[in-house]
Design a protein around this ligand. Structure first.
Ligand code: ATP
Ligand code: MN
Ligand code: MN
Length: 371
């Protein structure tokens, strides 16, 4: 019965960038519960408690063992009073009263539902909720609500894009994008990023970086790709944001979730015939195609390593990389650059390994960044 080995006494870092986190999670019951509370705080714009639970989740995900008692979790970082109380309940009774209450809360349920639509953020969801709306049909029949283009597509393709994208589908999309960029520029560089680069089996979208060695040419790459996808009849939606990147405006002193590179958020039509083993559809769904979300970002080649590191994620891994740089090294890291505040200079990098080295961190492989 007690086959579980005792947890190793090695100390766990408070920073995700000093931990190796694969897609294997030995504490899913706990992390699922904590994520409900983190989401709930996020929807209520309570950043502090939200982040506290996200950090706790991330620590638990990194453990090669399952937490079975509070005592074994005693020495772990990032577990506050609140998360320990919830943990205690779950270890004792199998579930947490607070989590159950949140899950059955009408506001939580409705905001989760609304924000599951592409183009609907917490602010819009809250506005609809305060207007008394509780379901998609109520939103869609309310004449006072004006959906933007992104939200219209979000509702139109809801079934498909709320369904996970498989690895085989990601591979098929890679071929499509690869063909498109190489027709445009033979020396184009294409890299898979996001969750699939971290080795995830499924994702909510597929993320790519595209660039070319010719400086400035990357700026026209995305419109050209989109043009080609349109001609192929597979571009169902696109939101293109031109580059606002200027090296002279760096470093950015506040944390920016968004970067300034040219990027586009797409919905593509993926044909079953292009996917090895077929589309990832619901049981009984025999359609020959599905809609899939794809993100493309196009940094100048010179910024490639920073963009790749920033877009590979996970979000928590990125947050902790930046926090580590700031708190432990007096450096500023974002998707564009790494700046040393002591030396007052930018640190050059052509690979991710260069950036880890500048930060004095052991290299963490993409599949170990599932923090
Ligand atoms: P999923 O399987 O759910 O897609 P993911 O890790 O790929 O998981 P994404 O939301 O696709 O999640 O984000 C991938 C990475 O890209 C994250 O690290 C995130 O920080 C970064 N990212 C996403 N959107 C932007 C943006 N608009 N600007 C800058 N970085 C972004
Ligand atoms: Mn993604
Ligand atoms: Mn994405």
């Amino acid at each position: 019965a007690s086959a579980t080995p005792p947890p190793p006494k090695a100390t766990v870092s408070q920073y995700a960038c000093q931990r190796r986190t694969t897609t294997e999670n030995n504490n899913k019951t706990l992390t699922d519960a904590f994520e409900v509370l983190a989401d709930s705080y996020e929807l209520n714009e309570m950043e502090g408690p939200c982040l506290a639970f996200r950090r706790a989740v991330s620590v638990l995900k990194s453990l090669p063992w399952a937490v079975k008692s509070l005592e074994t979790a005693q020495d772990l970082p990032c577990l506050g009073e609140h998360s320990k109380a919830v943990m205690k309940e779950i270890l004792q009774y199998g579930h947490s009263f607070e989590v159950e209450k949140t899950l059955s809360d009408e506001r939580y349920q409705t905001l989760k539902l609304f924000t599951s639509v592409f183009g609907v953020g917490p602010k819009t969801a809250d506005k609809w909720y305060r207007r008394g709306l509780r379901s998609f049909s109520e939103v869609l029949t309310d004449s006072s609500i004006q959906l933007n283009r992104m939200q219209q597509s979000g509702f139109l393709h809801y079934g498909d894009i709320s369904r996970a994208v498989s690895k085989a589908e990601a591979r098929a999309l890679r071929s499509i994008i690869d063909e498109a960029v190489h027709v445009i520029t033979p020396d184009a560089v294409l890299a898979l990023t996001g969750g699939f680069r971290r080795g995830k089996e499924f994702g909510h979208d597929v993320d790519f970086i595209v660039t070319t060695p010719e400086p400035g040419e990357e700026e026209t790459l995305l419109p050209k790709i989109m043009n080609r996808l349109t001609k192929q009849g597979i571009l169902l939606f696109s939101d293109y944001q031109t580059s606002t990147f200027e090296m002279s405006k760096l470093p950015c002193h506040r944390f920016e979730a968004m970067d300034h590179f040219a990027k586009c958020f797409l919905i593509l039509r993926l044909e079953a015939s292009k996917v090895e083993g077929g589309l990832h559809l619901a049981e009984g769904d025999s359609r020959g195609w599905r809609a899939v979300r794809v993100d493309l970002v196009s940094p100048p080649m010179e910024r490639y390593a920073f963009a790749l590191l920033g877009w590979t994620g996970s979000r928590q891994f990125e947050r902790d990389l930046r926090r580590f740089a700031r708190m432990e090294r007096r450096m500023l890291l974002d998707n564009h650059a790494l700046y040393d505040k002591t030396k007052k200079e930018f640190l050059a990098a052509t690979t991710e390994k260069d950036i880890f080295a500048h930060l004095g961190l052991e290299y963490i492989e993409p599949w170990q960044r599932n923090a």
